[in-house]
Design a protein around this ligand. Structure first.
Ligand code: SF4
Ligand code: SF4
Length: 80
């Protein structure tokens, strides 16, 4: 089985917490929001300190719902 390679362009996804559309539509909970610098007190960081990451690639079905829902076209998916 091929694993999903999901990349999110941080230049296009600048406020993950304010948006969250990709997390909302993903049916299998593949994506998460993480602080770039690791565990921290989230409320003390600016929006740009966060990124969307694929934290459960085996669960990705390739439905592309996240790609279509993203308002800034920040997500790319391939299967290698
Ligand atoms: S392609 Fe579908 S299953 Fe995979 S991360 Fe996007 S919404 Fe989730
Ligand atoms: S939908 Fe796009 S802009 Fe919104 S949080 Fe996800 S990757 Fe970022």
């Amino acid at each position: 089985m091929k694993l999903a390679n999901i990349t999110v362009d941080p230049a296009k996804c600048t406020d993950p917490y304010g948006c969250r559309e990709c997390l909302r539509v993903c049916p299998t909970y593949v994506l998460s929001i993480r602080a770039k610098q690791g565990p921290v007190k989230f409320k003390e960081l600016p929006p740009t300190a966060f990124v969307v990451q694929s934290t459960n690639p085996p669960a990705c079905t390739g439905c592309r719902d996240c790609v279509e829902a993203c308002p800034t076209k920040a997500i790319q998916i391939s299967f290698n």
